[in-house]
Design a binder for this molecule. Structure first.
Ligand SMILES: *Cc1c(COP(=O)(O)O)cnc(C)c1O
Length: 370
């Protein structure tokens, strides 16, 4: 029997976002690349949503839940952690609604760094908490909301030798712009419209930067219109003022004072787009629709982009924008549905418990005569 040789550091041909987009990123030959082969997520055509969006609309879903830790945060984290190692940092710190902590703790584990995580107590989804814990982060649950946790994290990083890896770290934004690159690479051009949930507003900022850089380099000709969606109970950008106690079931976008507020407004205005709000009801309807018509399980916060798509279609937005021309539309699905199994169960009917009887089971599951 032959002994298998040590497998290569990467499987297949996708090298992770740093190697895939190196000329666009703030790395040099001296930067140690810490990667879990993030990125290269599928852009999935949705016949069901295309139909709902309206005539001549072609809707694609960028399924970021398929990143290594289950959200787009990995795109930024590979760059932030690689740069932290390059800078000889030994510990990283973040405040998180969940996914940043999941990503930071995984990449820190990979790099041999300590990770410290501040989460709003009782307010993060179970799957995300389980990730931070199993990757060995030092987790502190703070009796405050995300915005207060971020303020605390900023202060700690100013006073102690830890690297802050929230999206206020510019390397995070740099890495996250690769999401836009991949969309353009897959379509051969930019989409007409790009819809995304907005929380701390780092991702809408990053995507806009990505599209602009691709256009500057001649990779695409036109830029998309950006539509961002906040939850109605956590919509500071829509209202034009800080929301002190943001409320929504979409915990990843439960943010009342976004760190990248100003750059989100710039992205909105330069792209001739909009940032609007969707209700929790609309978010949950879109969440179930995605799962039941497209077979895609995304977390509730992700469904905000689809809720926004449906609301925009209903308001005649795409018909006005397209004026009879075909429109290519991309919705970002930011995180995986398994992050929050409790929400999925709460949003469904619990299965009946039955005796092991053929007739009883057939009847209960809708087979045979009722
Ligand atoms: C982080 C996150 C968001 C919000 O992204 P921002 O960059 O903070 O606007 C949305 N959905 C999910 C699943 C996230 O993890």
């Amino acid at each position: 029997m032959s002994v298998a040789r040590t497998p290569p550091a990467r499987a297949g041909s996708w090298p992770g976002v740093i190697e895939a987009y190196r000329p666009y990123l703030p790395v040099s030959a001296k930067t140690p690349v810490i990667t879990l082969l993030e990125g290269n997520t599928p852009l999935i055509h949705s016949p069901a949503l295309s139909e709902r969006a309206g005539r001549r609309c072609r809707v694609y879903l960028k399924y970021e839940g398929l990143n290594p830790t289950g959200s787009f945060k990995d795109r930024g984290m590979t760059v932030a952690i690689s740069k932290a190692v390059e800078a000889k940092s030994v510990a990283v710190l973040c405040a998180s609604t969940g996914n940043t902590s999941a990503s930071a703790s995984a990449y820190a584990a990979r790099a041999g760094l300590r990770s410290i995580v501040l989460i709003p107590s009782g307010a993060i989804a179970l799957g995300k908490l389980s990730q931070a814990l199993i990757h060995g982060a030092e987790v502190a649950a703070i009796e405050a909301n995300f915005d207060a946790c971020l303020a605390l994290a900023r202060e700690l990083s100013a006073r102690y030798p830890v690297t802050l890896v929230n999206s206020v770290n510019p390397h995070r934004i740099e890495g996250q712009k690769t999401g836009a690159f991949e969309i353009c690479d897959a379509l051969g051009q930019a989409p007409d419209v790009h819809l995304t949930p907005v929380g701390n507003a780092g991702n809408i900022t990053a995507h806009w930067r990505g599209y602009r850089e691709y256009r500057a380099k001649g990779r695409i000709r036109k830029l998309p219109v950006l539509l961002g969606f906040q939850a109605a109970g956590a919509a500071p950008i829509v209202r034009g003022r800080v929301v002190p106690r943001p409320k929504t079931i979409a915990s990843a976008i439960r943010i009342g004072n976004p760190a990248s507020w100003r750059s989100a407004i710039i992205a909105r205005d330069e792209s001739r787009g909009a940032i609007a709000s969707v209700s929790d009801r609309q978010i949950l309807d879109a969440y179930r629709l995605l799962a039941q018509e497209d077979g895609i399980f995304a977390e509730p916060s992700s469904a905000a982009s689809v809720a926004g798509l449906l609301a925009s279609a209903k308001a005649g937005y795409f018909a006005r924008l397209g004026r009879g021309r075909p429109l290519t539309i991309v919705c970002i699905l930011t995180g995986h549905g398994l992050k929050d199994p409790e929400r999925a169960i709460k949003s469904s009917q619990m299965p009946p418990t039955l005796p092991p009887s053929l007739t009883a089971v057939a009847k209960a599951v809708g087979l045979g005569r009722r």
